[in-house]
Design a protein around this ligand. Structure first.
Ligand SMILES: CC(C)(COP(=O)(O)OP(=O)(O)OC[C@H]1O[C@@H](n2cnc3c(N)ncnc32)[C@H](O)[C@@H]1OP(=O)(O)O)[C@@H](O)C(=O)NCCC(=O)NCCS
Length: 254
């Protein structure tokens, strides 16, 4: 399915969890549909990824880590990396300098590939996005029903609270706003941590990120429903980290 995406309108997808937006591709998979044991890890993961997977103490974290890489690699192997094996692809998403999460980066034989990647997981599924890093920075999020707890309510701005109060279903409106905030963060961050209160993502209004209205930088914003989740995709212009050392990433157990 192809879409041109030049506005910030919400365009729910009519079917499935996959879409292609010009050069941006997304794919959703339910965890129950994937084989996520150690045999699958050994078949799909590169050596550094496997070491990170084996060091993880939580089985559910192992599963989401592996699922994100399987779904991403399926997309990559099905397109421009068709001649490669899954184990040659290394997807890293942890900062060497700061030890916390970074935008995922794909390397092959130590050469960083010019792709913008994003991964989001829930307890039920995983959503990934791939774009061309020379023209885009992508961010995705999936929020399962009931996942947004009361303790994050303070992060909604006055305009977001107004939008939630006017919605027919306040819970589902909160989930949609949260998905948009995280997708914005993943696409637009330049090395800073996630500050949900600094992101305003009200449907039909220009989005704000850390006090700036994102207009020229925002290429696409879409939300849709998939497998009981609300999913969000943000595509922005390329967003290199402000401090160069922050872009050095490696895979590490969470
Ligand atoms: C990135 C962040 C915003 C989202 O994390 P999350 O909701 O825990 O997890 P998600 O499944 O949506 O995303 C995780 C993926 O995002 C990617 N990611 C991590 N840090 C990232 C960053 N700084 N920028 C872009 N992508 C990032 C990684 O690929 C990661 O998957 P991996 O570790 O398997 O490679 C995280 O930094 C964070 O701060 N989370 C807090 C979430 C929270 O407060 N939730 C409360 C809900 S009630």
């Amino acid at each position: 399915m192809n879409h041109s995406c030049k506005s910030t309108d919400i365009e729910p997808f009519a079917s499935g969890g996959d879409n292609a937006l010009n050069s941006v591709h997304t794919r959703y998979a339910a965890l129950r549909e994937l084989s996520l044991g150690e045999d699958a890890a050994r078949a799909w993961l590169s050596q550094p990824e496997l070491a990170a997977y084996l060091a993880m103490r939580s089985v559910s974290r192992q599963q989401t880590f592996l699922a994100g890489r399987i779904v991403l690699k399926r997309l990559l192997l099905g397109s421009r990396y068709g001649g490669r094996s899954a184990k040659e692809l290394l997807v890293e998403s942890r900062s060497v300098m700061r030890g916390h999460g970074e935008r995922p980066v794909l390397s092959i034989a130590r050469v960083e590939q010019p792709l913008s990647l994003s991964i989001a997981h829930s307890d039920l599924g995983v959503l990934v996005a791939i774009g061309d890093a020379t023209t885009t920075s992508v961010g995705v999020d999936v929020v399962a029903q009931g996942a947004i707890k009361q303790h994050v309510a303070w992060t909604f701005t006055a305009a977001e609270r107004e939008w939630i109060s006017a919605a027919r279903d306040a819970t589902s409106a909160s989930e949609e706003l949260w998905a948009r905030k995280e997708a914005f963060y993943k696409a637009c961050q330049r090395g800073e941590g996630f500050q949900p209160a600094a992101i305003e993502a009200v449907p039909g209004r220009p989005p704000r990120y850390s006090g700036n209205v994102l207009t020229a930088e925002l290429l696409c914003l879409q939300t849709w429903r998939v497998d009981g989740h609300v999913a969000a995709l943000v595509v922005a212009t390329p967003r290199p980290a402000v401090a160069q050392h922050n872009s050095q990433v490696k895979t590490r157990a969470a």
